[in-house]
Design a protein around this ligand. Structure first.
Ligand SMILES: *Cc1c(COP(=O)(O)O)cnc(C)c1O
Length: 249
């Protein structure tokens, strides 16, 4: 028996995922060590978008407990195909209000709340489904200028308080914290460490009003080290685990 017989034979998808996952796990551990943080402070969420339910199943066998998707149609089908697995489903994409009921059926956490109207729709869905409270994060768009709130893809930093208050008051929702994607434009373009530091500042201010909203979702395949150094509690990693996705057409 070679070491590769478990959990997959050489060249198999299982072996590939196991090796990728081990590399990501090592990066997270090293980043935690460097920051003087406990490994248990950081949760790895594997972003499985564009990859099939079979891969989600393989990841579950390898010990992954948190997976994320960015499109409801794809996520709903995968969550249904994996309903027998003990997984937490995270929704991280732009969300239309007419999809909130579907998302509320399988998601434990929505990272991408970017407007009060969406918070209200999620709240109504959770209440009508009589399900457990849904964790919600305010998506912060660090590239947006003050006053550029209420938009898709995140609110400007100055609009976080208002949206957080709406989530905090919404029946069935739990204001859990903040999410961001390192900006590709504006002052933070190419400077993920500075972007994640800024998010941490916004998180401190949020927690001074809502102490339980301590989740900080930041960092992806390219910048998880910078996010962990700045204090991220959740990293969302796709391509480093599953492989490079085909470019969207
Ligand atoms: C796709 C995606 C990720 C993962 O990105 P990778 O670069 O593949 O790690 C993280 N967060 C969000 C919101 C995404 O859409």
């Amino acid at each position: 028996m070679s070491a590769w017989d478990e959990p997959g034979t050489p060249g198999s998808r299982e072996a590939e995922l196991a090796a990728n996952l081990a590399r990501v796990e090592e990066r997270i551990t090293r980043a935690c060590d460097a920051a003087g943080r406990a490994r248990t402070d950081v949760t790895l969420i594997v972003v499985t978008k564009t990859y099939p339910a079979e891969d989600v199943r393989r990841l579950a066998v390898l010990g992954v407990r948190d997976v994320a998707e960015n499109r409801d149609q794809e996520a709903a089908a995968k969550a249904a195909a994996c309903a027998d697995l003990a997984l937490n489903w995270h929704f991280v994409g732009q969300l239309q209000t007419n999809k909130t009921r579907s998302v509320a059926k399988y998601a434990q956490c929505v990272h991408s709340v970017d407007r009060v109207r969406l918070a209200r729709a999620l709240s109504a869905a959770v209440v009508s489904l009589e399900r457990a409270p849904l964790d919600c994060l305010v998506q912060v768009a660090l590239e947006k200028a003050p006053g550029q709130g209420g938009d898709r893809g995140g609110v400007a930093p100055d609009a976080v308080g208002e949206l957080a208050a709406a989530l905090d008051e919404a029946p069935g929702l739990r204001l859990a914290g903040l999410m961001t994607v390192a900006p590709l434009t504006g002052a933070y373009a190419g400077a993920p460490a500075a972007a994640f530091e800024r998010l941490q500042e916004i998180s401190r201010r949020l927690r001074s009003v809502h102490p339980a909203a301590n989740m900080v979702s930041a960092g992806m395949s390219a910048d998880l080290e910078e996010a962990i150094a700045a204090g991220a509690t959740h990293v969302r990693v796709g391509s480093a685990v599953l492989g490079v996705r085909p470019a969207l057409g």
